[in-house]
Design a protein around this ligand. Structure first.
Ligand code: ADP
Ligand code: MG
Length: 336
């Protein structure tokens, strides 16, 4: 359980919260309770009292996060399934509707891979980051800005005129520099210029950000979306940074999904990176988590984007989902 969560909030079951999310997204929770009283079970759509209970349980969380900037990193691996993609969109819209200020930062690695393959180009990774020559950069830009960003914005705008697509190249939003010459046009974030995000939020819109950055000479770079989400959350002083990925959270054994670690701190992460327990794309992700928590981000969570309505589970219930990254071991941490 996150220390950042309101104390005393009643526990909502995963099933209850899921169904509440679906109801709020348009399924019409009330008015469907007619027959089958005895068989209603735990379905709030059949049991209006349960529906009300679920809403009341969410209330402390809604109050706590009203106005809060919540940066959500949507991983390319978590976007594959159309149903989950639609649920992600409705969850982000629900966050916005209850007064949070979500900022979506997205990756698109698998989608870039797919297009590189279609075009007959091989991908190479070093330390979890893609080696990017000029042609790969061009394809990454087309896929991230032209396809993935547009798909997310379109899904969100299916609920109303709510989302605005941005790229790190817009108004120098993500100023980049060479990350490592060995990686080609892979950028490290030199600076985040947050004005465009701040103005978008002030217009009550949801910014959706593709992580292509630009240097001061106008050269574009592909930036790892975890690095970008971390830097953006830090610059905004976000209340929360949530990484949606394709594993249950940080695992003690990457091949064993039941080995979930529910809480880690910086020392744990450093040890697990050096002994190889954390590898591949998890390296920039966990390094980012630790950096963010040390730089003013309220709380950082790594959660399973394949789990239905996992965002609402994390934000509006006290069901402990995924991995929470802590600033320090429990005994050194003051209650927040
Ligand atoms: P994304 O950035 O789209 O969420 P990545 O592939 O970059 O996805 O990072 C997630 C991947 O990291 C997981 O699918 C898993 O294969 C890998 N990984 C490496 N070490 C670990 C670990 N200790 N726990 C969980 N996942 C790990
Ligand atoms: Mg990644």
């Amino acid at each position: 359980m996150s220390p950042g969560q309101p104390p005393g909030a009643a526990h909502a079951s995963a099933a209850g919260a899921s169904a509440a999310g679906a109801g709020a997204a348009g399924a019409g929770a009330a008015g469907t309770s007619a027959g089958g009283a005895g068989a209603a079970g735990l379905d709030p759509r059949r049991d209006p009292e349960l529906a009300v209970d679920v809403l009341l349980q969410a209330l402390p969380y809604i109050e706590r996060f009203r106005g809060a900037v919540v940066v959500v990193k949507f991983g390319g691996n978590a976007m594959g399934d159309p149903e989950l993609f639609a649920q992600f969109a409705s969850d982000v819209v629900l966050m916005h509707r209850v007064g949070m200020r979500p900022v979506v930062v997205h990756g698109g690695g698998p989608q870039i891979d797919e297009w590189l393959e279609k075009l007959g180009k091989e991908s190479e990774f070093v330390g979890g980051r893609r080696v990017t020559d000029a042609e790969t950069l061009e394809i990454a830009q087309m896929v991230l800005m032209g396809k993935v960003n547009t798909d997310i914005v379109t899904a969100l705008n299916g609920f109303g005129p709510l989302a605005l697509g941005l790229a790190g190249t817009d108004a120098h939003l993500l100023e980049a520099e060479v990350h490592d010459p060995e990686l080609g046009f892979v950028g490290a974030v030199r600076k985040v210029n947050p004005e465009l995000i701040v103005r978008t939020l002030a217009m009550d819109l949801i910014p959706v950000i593709a992580t292509i950055g630009v240097d001061l000479d106008g050269q574009a770079y592909n930036i790892n979306a975890d690095d970008a989400a971390t830097a953006i959350a830090e610059e905004l002083g976000a209340e929360k940074l949530i990484f949606l990925t394709d594993v249950p959270g940080l695992l003690a054994d990457a091949n064993d999904p039941s080995s979930l670690i529910t809480r880690v701190d910086g020392a744990d992460v450093a040890r697990m990176i050096s002994d190889g327990t954390i590898s591949g794309g998890m390296v920039p992700k966990m390094s980012g988590c630790v950096r963010a928590i040390g730089h003013g981000v309220g709380s950082v969570h790594l959660i399973d984007g394949r789990r239905p309505h996992v965002l609402l589970l994390e934000l509006l219930t006290d069901a402990g989902v995924g991995t929470m990254v802590a600033a320090a071991p429990p005994q050194q941490e003051s209650a927040r």
